[in-house]
Design a protein around this ligand. Structure first.
Ligand SMILES: *Cc1c(COP(=O)(O)O)cnc(C)c1O
Length: 240
């Protein structure tokens, strides 16, 4: 399948999943994950209509964000993204916060108070309001990044006091299961947490976004309320 055929097929699947549970398919954004994907293929995805791209690492994103090939509008210096949104979906180290603030429209992976503080500090320097999500870790896995449930409340409270951060929602990455149905409880839990936060007064922000679901489980995530699905291999792995 070509990249544009894959994108078409994925959009159909998102739409059908949304309609199954009475959601509006327009409420779900497709974030094309372009880690290890070259400029040419990203350009194909752009030409097929995608506008939001997700990268795992600051370093790799730099050459893509600044690529002349990857823009739909004429450049406006200094770091114009040409009508494209770039999202950071991988773990962020504090010492790269400065670059992340320069490059990314939305950072999905804020998971600690020190990182939030550093992002706010860097955003202040350039007068930017940095859009972020909190990455929640809802499983017991040792290796995963993310704030666990008991860390969420203090993190939410802190972010609420940081004036250059705009918290827009939550992100999670369940453990990998062969059967995607097994991921459902994690997606559901993230939605419940978001709804609980919104009905409390923990933060001045109203959380709308749920970033959840990848190539093998995005349909379940959409059924459970995802507003952003992060899809890489299903778009690019067998693209022409
Ligand atoms: C790689 C990655 C994805 C996309 O995974 P696919 O299985 O290729 O769709 C989504 N989210 C994160 C955080 C990733 O690292």
């Amino acid at each position: 399948m070509s990249i544009s055929d894959s994108i078409f097929a994925i959009k159909e699947r998102i739409k059908n999943s949304a309609l199954r549970v009475g959601r509006n398919p327009d409420d779900i954004k497709l974030v094309a994950v372009t880690k290890a994907v070259g400029i040419d293929k990203i350009k194909e995805a752009m030409d097929a209509g995608l506008r939001i791209f997700g990268e795992n690492r600051v370093q790799e994103a730099l050459k893509k964000v600044t690529s002349d090939a990857l823009r739909v509008t004429p450049p406006i210096p200094p770091l114009d993204k040409g009508g494209i949104e770039w999202h950071l979906i991988g773990h962020l180290q504090k010492n790269k916060a400065k670059y992340a603030v320069e490059l990314f429209d939305l950072i999905h992976t804020v998971d600690s108070i020190p990182l939030a503080d550093e992002l706010d500090k860097q955003a202040k320097k350039t007068g930017k309001t940095q859009r972020i999500l909190i990455q929640a870790k809802l499983s017991e896995e040792e290796a995963k990044h993310g704030a666990d449930e008991k860390e969420l409340l203090p993190l939410l409270e802190r972010i609420g006091s940081l004036t250059n951060l705009k918290l827009e929602g939550l992100m999670t990455m369940p453990p990998f299961f062969d059967d995607p149905e097994m991921a459902r409880p994690y997606f559901r839990r993230l939605r419940e947490i978001r709804d609980a936060v919104n009905s409390s007064l923990v933060t001045r922000h109203s959380l709308l976004e749920l970033s959840m679901g990848m190539s093998h489980d995005f349909e379940i995530a959409v059924e459970e309320g995802a507003t952003m699905v992060r899809i890489g291999s299903a778009i690019f792995a067998n693209g022409s």
